[in-house]
Design a protein around this ligand. Structure first.
Ligand code: CUA
Length: 408
C-alpha cells in the first residue's frame, strides 16, 4: 500500500521578462519582418505594370506586419516552452491562471487597429488599380476550351500609314470606307506597348475560365453569358505568360503560355513592345496585311488564316503542314480524304459541306474517342467565336487539300 500525497501546485514563477529580453525580442521582430519583405518578393514574377507596383507595395506592407506578428507569436511560444518547462521530477500542476483584463484589451485593440489600417490600404489599392485611365486601348478576349483568342478592333484612321491602300483589293477598300470603317483582327497573342493602358473585355464561349497575367498582377474570372473587365498598364517591355486560373477541363493546362523547344512562344502570351512604333511594325503590319491583302487562291488564304493563329485550332489538333501537335481533338492529317467519305454517312452534300457543318456545329459529329470539346464557330459577329463565312470557306478549301499522309 502506498500513501499518496496530492502534489501541491507549483508556485507562480516570475513571469516578468527582463528589459534585455524585451529589447532583444523587439529587435528580432523588426529584423525578421524586414527580412521577410526583403527575401520573399524575390520569388515573385517580374513587376511589369503600374498595378503590379501598387499590389506589391501592399503585399510588402502585409508581409512586414505578418512577419513581425509571426515572430512574436512563435517567439513567445518558444520562450514559454523553454523557460517555464517542468524540472525533472516535478509532477506538480502549473499555477492557476485566471483572466487578465489588461492583456485581453491589448490583444483585441492592436489587431483591430491593424485590420482597419490594412482594410483602408487594400481598398485604396483596389480603387487605384481599377481606375479608368484616359486613352485606354480595348482588347476583346474570348476564352474557349482550350485557348484564348484576342480580338482587336481598329478604325481606318488608326491603320498604319505604312500600309499602301492603293495595293488593296477594291472590295476591301470599299469595306474600309464603310461608315463604321472598322477592321477586326483575331490573334492568339495579346499585344501592346509600354505605357499604354489596356482594358480587357472578356467573354467565355463555354465554361468558367480565369484570365491571369502574373507579371501584371491582374486576375479576373471569365464567365459564360457575361462580359468581365480587367485593366493594366505595362511598364516594362517583354513577353509575359498568360495563364488560365480556373480548372476548365482536360486541356486547362494548354490555356497558358509555354516556351517551345526552340525558344518559341507557344499558346497565350502578352507581348509588350518598347513603344507604339515597334508595336505597329511588329504586330500590326503583318496582322493588317493578312486581313487587308489576302491571297486570291482560297486554299492559300485558308492556310494563311489558320497559320496566323486567328482561330485556336492548333491547341487541340495535329496537322503536320502547319506544325500543329495538339491531341485533344482528332488528327487533321489527311482530312481531305476522309471528309468526302464521312459526308456519305452524315448526309452532307460533299466533303466541303461536311467540313463546314463540323465547324459550325462541332457537336453534331463526334469522332469516336473524342469528347464534345470544340468551340462552335458562329457566323454572326455579335456571337462569341465569330468566324466570317469568307474565313470558313477558305479554311474548308484548305482542309480539302490535306489529302496526303492519312492517319487517324
Ligand atoms: Cu480555361 Cu482553365
Amino acid at each position: 500500500m502506498s500513501s499518496s500525497h496530492p502534489p501541491s501546485p507549483r508556485s507562480t514563477p516570475n513571469m516578468t521578462p527582463s528589459l534585455a529580453l524585451i529589447i532583444v525580442g523587439v529587435v528580432v521582430m523588426i529584423a525578421g519582418g524586414l527580412g521577410f519583405t526583403l527575401f520573399i518578393p524575390m520569388i515573385l514574377p517580374p513587376q511589369a505594370s503600374t498595378q503590379a507596383q501598387q499590389v506589391d507595395q501592399l503585399f510588402t506592407f502585409l508581409l512586414f506586419f505578418g512577419g513581425v506578428i509571426f515572430i512574436l507569436v512563435e517567439g513567445v511560444i518558444l520562450v514559454s516552452v523553454i523557460r517555464f518547462r517542468a524540472q525533472p521530477g516535478d509532477l506538480a500542476d502549473g499555477p492557476p491562471v485566471s483572466g487578465n483584463t489588461t492583456l485581453e484589451l491589448v490583444w483585441t485593440a492592436i489587431p483591430a487597429v491593424l485590420v482597419t489600417v490594412l482594410a483602408i490600404l487594400s481598398y485604396t489599392v483596389w480603387i487605384n488599380t481599377r481606375a479608368i485611365p484616359a486613352n485606354e486601348m480595348s482588347v476583346g478576349a474570348t476564352a474557349a476550351r482550350f485557348a484564348w483568342t484576342f480580338n482587336y478592333e481598329v478604325g481606318q484612321e488608326t491603320l498604319p500609314t505604312t500600309l499602301n491602300f492603293g495595293d488593296l483589293k477594291p472590295e476591301i477598300q470599299a469595306d474600309l470606307t464603310d461608315e463604321d470603317g472598322v477592321v477586326h483582327f483575331n490573334n492568339p497573342k495579346l499585344y501592346t506597348w509600354v505605357g499604354q493602358p489596356v482594358v480587357m473585355e472578356m467573354q467565355s464561349q463555354d465554361v468558367n475560365h480565369a484570365f491571369w497575367i502574373p507579371a501584371m498582377r491582374v486576375k479576373q474570372d471569365v464567365l459564360p453569358g457575361r462580359t468581365t473587365e480587367i485593366r493594366f498598364t505595362p511598364t516594362m517591355a517583354g513577353n509575359y505568360r498568360i495563364v488560365c486560373a480556373e480548372l476548365c477541363g482536360s486541356g486547362h493546362g494548354a490555356m497558358a503560355g509555354e516556351v517551345g523547344r526552340d525558344g518559341e512562344l507557344l499558346g497565350a502570351w502578352l507581348i509588350v513592345f518598347e513603344n507604339e512604333e515597334d508595336y505597329l511594325a511588329n504586330f500590326f503590319d503583318p496582322a493588317a496585311a493578312t486581313v487587308l491583302v489576302p491571297p486570291d487562291d482560297p486554299a492559300l488564304l485558308g492556310r494563311q488564316i489558320l497559320a496566323s493563329g486567328a482561330y485556336p485550332c492548333a491547341t487541340c489538333h495535329t496537322l503536320d503542314d502547319l506544325g500543329w501537335t495538339g491531341n485533344i481533338g482528332p488528327n487533321m492529317n489527311g482530312i481531305g480524304d476522309r471528309a468526302a467519305a464521312r459526308a456519305q454517312t452524315t448526309g452532307d452534300a460533299d466533303g466541303a459541306a461536311y467540313l463546314e457543318h463540323s465547324l459550325r456545329h462541332p457537336g453534331d459529329y463526334l469522332v469516336p474517342g473524342f469528347g464534345n470539346l470544340m468551340p462552335q464557330f458562329n457566323p454572326d459577329p455579335g456571337q462569341p467565336n465569330y468566324m466570317p463565312q469568307s474565313d470558313l470557306d477558305a479554311i474548308v478549301a484548305y482542309l480539302l487539300t490535306q489529302t496526303a499522309n492519312p492517319s487517324n
